[in-house]
Design a protein around this ligand. Structure first.
Ligand code: URA
Length: 433
């Protein structure tokens, strides 16, 4: 078999069979296929696409390129959640303890952030002492002891994805539905969970800008998961304004803890997190339907059991539990700068992508892989779309390094105004199952 023939076939719009796909992925991992040939095939896939069978074959070949985690010794349906990434998205921090408190083992792998979106692992590193990279035994032990495990990838899971993603990143080939599907689902299948809830984000703050693209990605991932025996469901959710009030690592831990303690229950972040958790309870088999699952979630939060799980998990994994109740123990910024509204009106838009980039520039995110983060910096959003605003009211608090000049203009430019009341759009755009 020659890689040249695979590239040529895909360039002409042909389909690759599973032997050809395995040949490619084996060569990516053992180095026998040079990056320029993989880059050419990736570009051909971007233009020509892959049918369902090819996407399945690619997912399996990538899953089998490295270790697989065996969770079969842990009783129950092990449930995972994946979000395609947004600004201020800290739902994972909330969902793990809630789902565990409701009796479903929750096994999640998370990533680090790049560009305008943050990563769950970075948020966790704001908790002093917390271990965020667990080996397979430590991952299973956390799941057994506390009901949930959440770590950066353990062992050598999907090395083919790491190599291909690095190539995609520099060859403008990230945005391809079959490539995204195989990248995400190979890791999920290797992670060992039995069930998966997907949060596919749609909008200007997300990978998928239109509802049609988000639907197509969700359909593709659900089909691949189901074909491999997973229980799986996708929610399509709007990502226009930031999720919740915080952007920045320690600030997002604080907001997640507040929600686990029962605050902000009517806000979008709590609603979305609780709905995703409830979907996981249904797939996990402890709730008959969504309504009773939502009831279980509400009781877990109101009784304090969900927050207690978060403390137990933090303690188990070496983190300082005190910092969850006394936020002065979390990393702090050197200065806080308030940015006030220049006019009255209604907030009609809030550009999450631009705010994510501003937070990254403050040091909360990475422009390039390997950049060091400042865990205390970020921003607090005081008004959301639909809120009335008076001139002079605080719109943002910026948490910056001491000595950084914080100009208000870039923050104010993220706000769209209306002279009349604005109804916020619904956050749930659809369900794919
Ligand atoms: N996240 C991934 O893990 N892979 C992709 O291809 C895109 C987003």
């Amino acid at each position: 078999m020659r890689m040249y023939d695979l590239i040529h076939a895909k360039k002409m719009g042909g389909a690759l069979n599973s032997d050809q796909v395995r040949f490619w992925i084996r060569g990516v991992v053992d180095g026998s296929i040079p990056p320029e040939q993989s880059a050419a095939l990736l570009m051909a896939v971007c233009w020509r696409g892959m049918d369902t069978e090819e996407t399945l074959a690619l997912t399996l070949a990538m899953r089998d390129s490295g270790d697989r985690l065996d969770l079969s010794a842990i009783p129950g349906v092990k449930v995972d959640k994946h979000s395609t990434g947004g600004v201020g998205d800290k739902t994972t921090l909330i969902i793990g303890p809630v789902v565990a408190a409701c009796g479903v083992p929750c096994a999640m792998f998370s990533g680090r952030g790049l560009g305008h979106t943050g990563g769950t692992v970075d948020k966790y590193t704001a908790i002093p002492g917390l271990r965020v990279e667990l080996d397979p035994d430590a991952f299973r032990e956390s799941l057994r002891a506390t009901g949930f495990a959440n770590s950066a990838q353990t062992g050598d899971i999907c090395p083919a994805d790491r190599r291909l993603y690095a190539l995609r990143d520099v060859t403008a080939t990230v945005e391809s539905i079959p490539l995204i599907t195989a990248s995400i689902m190979s890791k999920k299948l290797a992670g060992g969970a039995d069930a998966l809830v997907l949060d596919v984000k749609c909008g200007q703050g997300a990978f998928m800008r239109t509802l049609e693209e988000a639907q197509a990605l969700a359909r593709s991932m659900v089909d691949v998961g189901r074909a491999h025996g997973m229980k799986i469901k996708a929610l399509l959710t709007r990502m226009e304004e930031p999720l919740g009030w915080a952007i920045g690592n320690a600030l997002e831990v604080m907001e997640s803890v507040e929600i686990l303690k029962g605050m902000h229950g009517d806000g979008l972040l709590a609603q979305m997190s609780f709905r995703l958790a409830a979907e996981m309870l249904v797939l996990g088999g402890v709730a008959q339907d969504l309504e009773s699952a939502m009831g279980q979630v509400a009781r877990a939060v109101q009784s304090g059991e969900a927050m207690e799980r978060f403390r137990a998990w933090t303690r188990h994994n070496g983190g300082e539990v005190r910092s969850l109740d006394d936020f002065s123990g979390l990393p702090q910024a050197g200065q806080c700068v308030e940015i006030r509204a220049p006019r009255r009106g209604w907030m009609a838009a809030l550009d999450s992508r631009a705010l994510g980039i501003l937070a990254m520039e403050l040091g909360a995110g990475r422009r390039n892989q390997g950049d060091l983060l400042d865990l205390g910096v970020g921003l607090r959003v005081h008004r959301k779309v639909g809120d009335p605003v008076e001139a002079g009211e605080p719109l943002f608090t910026v948490f910056a390094k001491a000595g950084t000049q914080v100009a208000p203009e870039p923050f104010l430019a993220t706000v769209g105004w209306s002279e009349s009341p604005v109804a916020p759009e619904p956050w749930l755009l659809g369900v794919v199952e």
